[in-house]
Design a protein around this ligand. Structure first.
Ligand code: OAD
Length: 282
C-alpha cells in the first residue's frame, strides 16, 4: 500500500475523524499497558518476562498442541494475563466516544483483557479476535463455564477441571486419559487454533464499509489481524497511534507516543470531553 497524498499531520487526522462515519479501530496490548498489564513484545513485555523464567520460546505457553500435552505449562503463567478489575484508560474512553458519536464501525481488538467492556464500548462494536477470559470450555466434553469460575485456580497456578469430567479423571489411577482430559481452557485463541467465527463474518463486510482505519498499541506481528491493514481498500486513510514505529506498514499519519496522551490530544482538538478521570490530569 502506498501512502495517500496530503495526509500527514495530526490536523489531517482530526479532519478525517470529523468526516468519518465507519472507522475501524484495530487495537493491541499497548492500549492496556497504562493499567499495568504488560504487552507481549516490548523489553519488559510478557515474552521477555517468560524468557527470564527460563521459557526459551514464550509463544509455547499459548500453543494448543503444547497445552494438550501439558496444560500446567499454561497454568503456571496464566495468572500473569488475568483481566484486571473494573478499570479502563483514556484511550478506551476515546474508542467509546467514537462509538457514541456514531463513527465506530468496529473495534477489532487482539486483547483478551475485557477492558473494552469496562469502558462501556458496546459488545456489538467489539470483535475480540483472540477471544477472551469471559468463558472457558472443557477440552473433552465442550461444556462451557463463566471464565470467572477459573480465576481462583488460575491464581493458585492449578489446573481447573470440568465439573462433569472431573470425577472420571480423578478415578483413573492408571492415567490412561490424555493430559488435557477434563481440563477447562479459557476461550482465548491459542496458536494452532481458529479465530472466533464472528471475526471471519464481520471482517469481510467491514473492510468494504470502512472509511478510516486507526491502529493503536499493536506491533501488527500476528496474522490474520495484521492483514486487516491490507484488506482495507488502499484509498482508505490509515493512522497509527503507537509508542514505537511499525516499519513494514505504510501509514498515512504516524502519531508516535503514549496512546492515552494521543487520545487526550485528539479529543481536545475534536472538542470532545472524555469521560475519564485521567483526562484532566494529563
Ligand atoms: P505487542 O506486544 O506485539 O505490541 C504492542 C505495541 O504496543 C508495541 O508496538 C508497543 O510499542 C506499543 N505500546 C506499548 N505501550 C504503549 C502505550 N502506552 N501507548 C502506545 N503504544 C504502546 O502486542 P500485540 O500487537 O497486541 O496473541 O500482540 C499481538 C498478539 O501477539 C497478541 O494478541 C498475542 C501475542 O502473541 C495471542 O496470544 C494469540
Amino acid at each position: 500500500r502506498d501512502k495517500l497524498q496530503d495526509i500527514n499531520t495530526i490536523e489531517d487526522t482530526v479532519r478525517l475523524i470529523r468526516e468519518a462515519k465507519n472507522i475501524i479501530v484495530l487495537t493491541g496490548a499497548g492500549i492496556s499497558t497504562s493499567l499495568g498489564i504488560p504487552d507481549f513484545r516490548s523489553d519488559k513485555g510478557l515474552y521477555a518476562q517468560l524468557q527470564e523464567l527460563g521459557i526459551s520460546d514464550p509463544t509455547d505457553v499459548f500453543d494448543l498442541e503444547i497445552f494438550q500435552d501439558d496444560p500446567q505449562i499454561f497454568y503456571n503463567i496464566a495468572h500473569m494475563v488475568l483481566p484486571p478489575g473494573d478499570v479502563y484508560t483514556p484511550l478506551h474512553s476515546f474508542i467509546k466516544k467514537l462509538s457514541e458519536e456514531g463513527k465506530l464501525l468496529r473495534n477489532y481488538t487482539q486483547n483478551i483483557d475485557l477492558v473494552e467492556s469496562n469502558a462501556g464500548i458496546p459488545d456489538d462494536k467489539v470483535i475480540r479476535c483472540h477471544g477472551s477470559f469471559a468463558t472457558a470450555t472443557c477440552q473433552s466434553c465442550d461444556f462451557q463455564v463463566d471464565g470467572h469460575e477459573l480465576y481462583p485456580a488460575i491464581r493458585e497456578k492449578s489446573i481447573p477441571l470440568c465439573p462433569h469430567c472431573k470425577d472420571e479423571r480423578e478415578k483413573d489411577d492408571d492415567a490412561l486419559f490424555p493430559a488435557s482430559f477434563g481440563v477447562l481452557k479459557p476461550d482465548i485463541v491459542f496458536f494452532h487454533e481458529s479465530l472466533p467465527k464472528r471475526f471471519d463474518t464481520s471482517i469481510v463486510e467491514d473492510v468494504k464499509k470502512c472509511d478510516l482505519l486507526i491502529a493503536i498499541g499493536t506491533s501488527l506481528q500476528v496474522a490474520p489481524v495484521s492483514k486487516i491493514v491490507v484488506q482495507v481498500p488502499a484509498s482508505v486513510p490509515q493512522i497509527l497511534i503507537n509508542r514505537d514505529p511499525i516499519l513494514d506498514c505504510e501509514f498515512d499519519v504516524n502519531l508516535l507516543g503514549l496512546c492515552d496522551d494521543v487520545a487526550v490530544l485528539l479529543s481536545e482538538k475534536l472538542g470532545w470531553t472524555l469521560n475519564h478521570e485521567k483526562f484532566n490530569s494529563i
